[in-house]
Structure formats: structure tokens, C-alpha cells
Design a protein around this ligand. Structure first.
Ligand code: MFK
Length: 555
């Protein structure tokens, strides 16, 4: 009989602690970037978020593992309702997000240039335990930015009090409906048409193919006003409230929920708009330029999400390494496994510093700080989004491997991590689309805003202990102008390796800067991580200036 067998061995599961206190990188960054009084004021909130993220929310996430949103299109009596039922965690996440001001904090004037750092530090702790609820928050943040700046007073007065609300009942999230059947990268062929009805009200007709968080209370979307020219300049940006005051969809059918590889708690839907009432946000053309601030914000959230999921994987793998014994020793005591974890930590630290530096720059730009550079922010956004997206996929894969076979088993919750992070290099612009976006930004502003800032940061590495970092970063910076000095088609063919290299240099420089600042408080971990990254992970791929890649593809 099975129950008479002595139990020889049961592996204990990995555990999380306080995700704020345990994150040395986030702590070091906040301590060296935020004024002391501000950090003191915020610490209790960070601490509470860290405790809930590693405790109650993580447990709820695991308990909710197999639940998915459900679409009910018809009542038993034949009425079309298209109702989406969210998962239990998602229903609560909206309230937590509002209460912790995960969108509102970014717009809190009293926080000045630090508003974005405080906002994203909170999001850092919230995101990994809340099943991609960061996605609607990202789009809501983008909508808040657009409505704050677009000069459309009526819309701002209607929607801003909701998207910036701090109580869950009043809080609205926003969708971003761009993708149509021809895909999400090139939206210039958008087929949704906008026409005015007899009362002068704009109405949209068309099919939106991939609308995430279809339960949002509002959305920003692209459509072509009738008579406008083809191409992206003929598109306009519209504001939509999917439901009327009685909660009925306003001439929208939810055709189906997407059957995605990951992010399965996130109700991504295919919508049919059939005369949906809408309001132009900012004129009747140049819709892509009008929605671009939202793209840049969702790309920032994408990068933050990538870092936080790297950190989550490392936290779980490290906890496991402290418990798991093999070949007579705990994994954490085995040199090769330790080295594997160290490489993951160094990648996380580098990704986090590049991302938090971009966030800090956004705060400066939005508050007109004297040293702010919109051109630098424009360059950082695509490179950091694409670099962190790819590093997060590699880190999640490594995380699963740290668990051996257990990492491949669904009810450990680990495979979901890998499936979810894969979205980060696809969503909001694939690696190649973002590499091309970086070229577009370089064509407009040149490399100087980035190069000058990186050089200034490298100049601060004036301590004996950061000498090696100074040398490696300076050597890399010297090569950059040469990578860009090529014909347009060569630049385009090399856009990905250029973007990846610029991302890696940014990450190294920002992590080294943190290492230098931390030496003053005797904190060694950033220095160890920077040296590890510089020595082991910082091989810059050479740009292919001879067009050999073209020969390989055979056309
Ligand atoms: C937690 C994770 C968070 C994730 C949330 C995800 C939820 C959302 C799900 C989705 O919606 S996924 C679909 C997302 N789709 C994209 O991100 C679009 C990807 N494609 C691009 O980014 C293309 O580069 C782009 C559509 C913008 C190309 O558009 P065009 O019109 O063919 O290119 P063009 O002519 O270069 O740009 C038009 C204008 O926009 C120009 O301005 P002007 O009219 O003043 O000349 C550009 O400068 C401007 N622009 C384009 N990208 C910009 C930008 N401005 C600032 N920043 C940018 N990034």
C-alpha cells in the first residue's frame, strides 16, 4: 500500500520575503537618487507593497493560477451581452492599483521631478504578483499623459479625474486600440473609418484585432475620418467609452478573446466597432504622432515589467538554491550554480539601472528640470524597451533551468513566468520595430544627447575601485560614432545590433554610476554586479557593415 511507504524526501517550495527589503538594487537606486526626506516619507508605502507582493498577493496569484477571464456572448434567452468575467485577482488589482496611486503618483506635482521614480518604484513591487495588471495601468498612464497635454479641455475634465483617481470605484483604466488585421507594427493601413452622424457625432466602424484589457472604461484608438488621405497622416486619434451609462456596450461586439501563449489573465479581445460613438482627441489627422506619447509610456512600463519579472525569477531561484540539496550540498554552496545566479543578478542590475535612469529622465523632462533632455529620453525609450525585453526572456528561461524538472511543471507556477515574459519583446513594438524607431529618433536628434550624457556619467567613475569600469565604458563609447557612420540601408540592416549595443552601454554606464554613488555608503553589491556585467556579459556584437546578412537570406 502506498500510504505505508516511508516518505523519503519532499522538496520544500521556494518562498518570497518582503520584495522591497530584499531588492538590494532597488534600495540602492532609491537611496542614491531620491532626496532623503522624500525617501523617508515613501518608505512605509514601499515596505507595505513589498510585504504584500511577497506575501498575500503572491499567494493569491498562485491560488488563482488556473483561472482565466471568460467571455459570455449570449444570455440563455438570446440577448447579445458580450460580458467578460475577470479572474478574482484582477477584480481586486484595480482597487489596489488605485489606492497605491500607481498611475496618479506619476502626476503628483508635489513630487516634482521625482514623481516618476516614486510611481515606478511602487509599480516595481506591484507588477510581478498581479498577473499583468500592469498592462491596463501602462495604457492608462499613456492616456493620462495625452489627455493632460492635448489641450482638449472637455475630454480632460471628463476622464482625468477617473484615470488619476485613488479609489477603486472611481478609477478608470484605458485601452489602446491600434492593432487591426494587418498587424500591430505598421498601422498606416488602419481600416477603421470615422464618420459624423446627422447630429455631428463621430462614429467609428471597423475591426480592432488585438485590444488588451477589453474591460477598460475608456480607450484611445486610431481611425480614418472619411475623406482623409491614405497612410498614417490621414489617421486621427479618438477617445471612446465602450459602455454607456447603463453599462451596455455602445455598438461594439466582442468577437472573441485571444488564445495567447501567456498573459492569459489579461482579457485581450477582438472587437467589432459598428458605429461606436467617439470624440477626436487632437484634430483630425496625424493620429500616429498624437498617440506616440502613449506608445512611449507603455514602452516604459514594458521595460519596468521586464525588470520586475527578472527580479521575481531571481528571488524564486535564490530561495530555492538555499533549500535544495544535490550532490551533498545546497545549490547556493555550489560554485557553478552561484555563478549562474550571479550572472542573472548582474543582468537584472544592469537592466534595472538602464530602466530607472530612463524613468528619472522622464521625471526631469516632465517637470522642466534644467538638465532635462527630451531628445535623450526619446533615444533611451526604444533601446531600453528592446534590450530589457530580450534580457527578461533569457532570464526567465534561466530561472526555469535553476529548478531543473520542477521548472517545467505547471503547478509550480514557474512555466507561466516564461510564457508571460515572452510578450515583452513583442508587445508595443518588436525588437526590430524598436530598433528602427531608434534610427528614426537618431535621424531627428543625432547621437549627441545620449553620447554626451554617457560621457558625463563615465567621468564620475573617478574612484580607484571603478577604474576598470571607466576604461571599459570609455572604450565602448568611443566606438559608437563609427557604428552610425554608414549608408542608410547598412544602418537599417544593423539597427538591431546597434540598438542592443547602445542599450548594453547605457546599462553598464548607469550601473557603474550606481556603483560609484554606493561606494560612499560602503555598499558593495552594485560594484560587484557592475564588474561582473562588464567582464562577463558585455561583449558588444560587431556591426555588419559588409552586408553579409543579406547574402545569407538569399534574396
Ligand atoms: C505591462 C506591459 C505593457 C504593455 C501594454 C501593451 C498593451 C497594448 C497592446 C497593443 O496595442 S500592441 C500594438 C502596439 N503597436 C505598436 O507599438 C506600434 C509599433 N509600430 C511602431 O511603433 C511604428 O514605428 C509606427 C506605427 C509608430 C510607425 O508609424 P508611421 O506613421 O508609419 O511612421 P512615421 O511616419 O515615422 O511616424 C508618424 C509620426 O509619429 C511622426 O511624427 P510627425 O508626423 O510629426 O513627423 C513620428 O515622428 C511620430 N512617432 C512615431 N513613433 C514615435 C513618434 N513620436 C514620438 N515617439 C515615438 N515612439
Amino acid at each position: 500500500m502506498a500510504d505505508e511507504q516511508p516518505l523519503s524526501f519532499i522538496q520544500s517550495a521556494p518562498e518570497l520575503g518582503n520584495e522591497y527589503r530584499d531588492d538590494w538594487l532597488l534600495n540602492a537606486w532609491l537611496e542614491t537618487v531620491l532626496p532623503e526626506a522624500l525617501l523617508d516619507e515613501q518608505r512605509a508605502t514601499f515596505d507595505e507593497l513589498g510585504r504584500r507582493s511577497g506575501g498575500e498577493w503572491y499567494r493569491l496569484q498562485q491560488a488563482d493560477r488556473v483561472n482565466e477571464p471568460r467571455l459570455t456572448q449570449w444570455t440563455p434567452w438570446g440577448e447579445r451581452i458580450d460580458a467578460i468575467e475577470l479572474t478574482p485577482l484582477w477584480r481586486q488589482a484595480k482597487h489596489w492599483a488605485a489606492e497605491y496611486g500607481l498611475v496618479a503618483t506619476g502626476y503628483e506635482d508635489a513630487l516634482g521631478e521625482h514623481a516618476r521614480t516614486v510611481q515606478f518604484a511602487r509599480a516595481w513591487l506591484f507588477i510581478p504578483s498581479t498577473d499583468f495588471y500592469g498592462c491596463p495601468l501602462a495604457m492608462t498612464d499613456g492616456a493620462a499623459r495625452i489627455l493632460s497635454d492635448a489641450g482638449n479641455r472637455e475630454l480632460a475634465e471628463r476622464a482625468l479625474p477617473h484615470v488619476l483617481a485613488r479609489d477603486g470605484e472611481r478609477f478608470w483604466t484605458s485601452g489602446q486600440w491600434m492593432t487591426e488585421t494587418m498587424g500591430g507594427s505598421d498601422v498606416s493601413g488602419t481600416e477603421t473609418v470615422a464618420e459624423q452622424d446627422g447630429e455631428g457625432r463621430w462614429r467609428l466602424t471597423g475591426r480592432k484585432w488585438f485590444t488588451s484589457a477589453a474591460t477598460s472604461e475608456m480607450a484611445l484608438t486610431l481611425a480614418r475620418p472619411q475623406g482623409n488621405p491614405p497612410g498614417s497622416r490621414g489617421l486621427a486619434l479618438f477617445y471612446v467609452e465602450p459602455h454607456d451609462a447603463d453599462g451596455r456596450l455602445q455598438n461594439i461586439e466582442i468577437l472573441r478573446l485571444k488564445d495567447k501563449l501567456g498573459t492569459r489573465k489579461l482579457p485581450t479581445a477582438e472587437l467589432w466597432l459598428n458605429g461606436t460613438p467617439a470624440t477626436p482627441v487632437a484634430g483630425l489627422e496625424r493620429g500616429v504622432a498624437a498617440i506616440a506619447p502613449m506608445l512611449n509610456l507603455t514602452r516604459t512600463w514594458n521595460a519596468v515589467t521586464a525588470c520586475t519579472l527578472m527580479r521575481r525569477g531571481i528571488a524564486l531561484a535564490t530561495s530555492y538554491a538555499r533549500k535544495r540539496r544535490a550532490f551533498g550540498k545546497r545549490l547556493i554552496d555550489q560554485p557553478l550554480h552561484r555563478q549562474t545566479l550571479a550572472a542573472m543578478e548582474a543582468d537584472y542590475a544592469a537592466a534595472a539601472c538602464a530602466t530607472l535612469a530612463m524613468v528619472a529622465e522622464m521625471g526631469r523632462v516632465e517637470h522642466d528640470h534644467g538638465e532635462a533632455s527630451p531628445a535623450l529620453l526619446r533615444l533611451l525609450t526604444p533601446m531600453v524597451k528592446l534590450g530589457t525585453g530580450r534580457d527578461a526572456v533569457a532570464c526567465a528561461s534561466e530561472t526555469l533551468e535553476c529548478f531543473g524538472g520542477a521548472g517545467y511543471v505547471e503547478d509550480t507556477g514557474l512555466p507561466q513566468l516564461l510564457r508571460d515574459v515572452q510578450v515583452l519583446s513583442i508587445w508595443e513594438g518588436t525588437t526590430n520595430v524598436l530598433a528602427l524607431d531608434l534610427l528614426r529618433a537618431l535621424a531627428a536628434a543625432g547621437i549627441e544627447p545620449w553620447l554626451n550624457t554617457m560621457r558625463k556619467r563615465v567621468d564620475t567613475l573617478d574612484d580607484e575601485r571603478t577604474r576598470e569600469l571607466h576604461r571599459i565604458a570609455s572604450d565602448a563609447l568611443e566606438k559608437v560614432p563609427g557604428w552610425l557612420d554608414h549608408r542608410p540601408e547598412v544602418l537599417e540592416a544593423n539597427a538591431r545590433s546597434i540598438a542592443m549595443n547602445l542599450y548594453r552601454i547605457t546599462a553598464l554606464v548607469e550601473l557603474s554610476g550606481l556603483a560609484r554613488r554606493s561606494l560612499d555608503s560602503d555598499l558593495q553589491k552594485p560594484l560587484v554586479a557592475a564588474l561582473h556585467f562588464a567582464r562577463n556579459r558585455f561583449a558588444l556584437a560587431p556591426a555588419d557593415t559588409h552586408g553579409t546578412g543579406w547574402a545569407l537570406t538569399g534574396e
